[in-house]
Design a protein around this ligand. Structure first.
Ligand SMILES: Nc1ncnc2c1ncn2[C@@H]1O[C@H](COP(=O)(O)OP(=O)(O)O)[C@@H](O)[C@H]1O
Ligand SMILES: [Mg+2]
Length: 261
């Protein structure tokens, strides 16, 4: 089933991707297109290959066969330099990777910018202030991670990802392990990234509440390929028994359980 046609430009395309690790077949004909400005949510059982799929987009994994394109560029074919260039446009928020405890919040957030070496020190300070504002944490530059709550640290992680003004953000389980209130705040921020910054994103989650909140479309990965992709309403009202079983709250089962369904 396909989502309603849209005039937007398709900017991330995985086509017929196969990926195995030894005898373990993970992706088996995985195809997905993400259009500019949308938030594509990928749902699916734990271990079904969601993280493996998005690692192809940043070139952390190469497909055994099939095509992975970002902005029309075939990612596995990029030389090292072009791959770095591409990665600089993609914020990869891997479970809101840990902050460095020995660095201040300002230093944590500005790390990528300093490494990039394109902005002056005052410009970096201004950018840090701007992104901390965006995650509703003004004036925490001089604090250290240990002085912030877990939820605040996640927001700093997001600020760090957006400091580089990425065109794309890949969020891998951004709300896993968070209480519902903090999850809602993170969801709200992801929505803000799309609405205010026009970021195109992919969100991996097995939290359906979050999927319905942040997704412009939702795709379910099952047995190595996309089983269904559609709008929030289409997924909510799915008639596919496999998708239905997942979205109706048996989402915390381990993979392999519903095989052959
Ligand atoms: N680098 C790797 N080497 C071997 N197996 C891997 C590797 N990365 C992932 N896998 C396996 O691929 C499967 C899918 O993993 P993953 O994409 O992390 O699942 P999830 O949908 O939970 O994100 C799992 O069985 C996992 O053990
Ligand atoms: Mg994963």
């Amino acid at each position: 089933m396909r989502a309603a046609p849209t005039a937007s430009r398709s900017v991330i395309q995985l086509a017929d991707v196969y990926k195995s690790f030894g005898a373990k077949k993970v992706l088996q004909g995985f195809s997905m297109e993400v259009v500019e400005g949308e938030t594509m949510v990928i749902i699916g059982y734990s271990g079904s290959g969601k993280s493996v799929a998005i690692k192809h987009i940043v070139g952390l994994l190469e497909p055994d066969s099939g095509s992975v394109k970002v902005d029309g560029q075939e990612v596995p074919a990029l030389d090292r330099r072009s791959l770095y260039e591409l990665r600089s446009q993609i914020g990869y928020v891997f479970q809101f990777a840990a902050l460095f405890d020995s660095l201040s919040i300002g230093e944590n957030v500005s790390m990528g910018l300093r490494k990039q070496g394109k902005l002056s020190a005052p410009e970096i300070d201004a950018r840090v202030a701007e992104v901390l504002d965006l995650v509703d944490l003004p004036n925490v530059q001089d604090k250290f991670p240990a002085e912030l709550s877990g939820g605040m640290r996640k927001r700093v992680g997001l600020a760090r990802a957006i400091a580089l003004r990425p065109k794309y953000i890949l969020y891998d389980e951004p709300t896993t392990g968070l209480d519902p209130v903090t999850s809602a705040v993170i969801d709200e921020l992801m929505i803000r990234m799309r609405e205010k910054l026009g970021v195109t994103s992919i969100v991996i989650t097995h939290d359906m509440r979050s999927a319905y909140r942040v997704g412009t479309r939702i795709a379910m990965l099952f047995e190595g390929r996309i089983r269904q992709v559609g709008t929030v309403d289409e997924i909510r009202n799915t008639t596919d028994p496999v998708v239905r079983q997942f979205v109706e709250g048996r989402a915390d089962l381990e993979t392999d359980a519903p095989r052959g369904a």
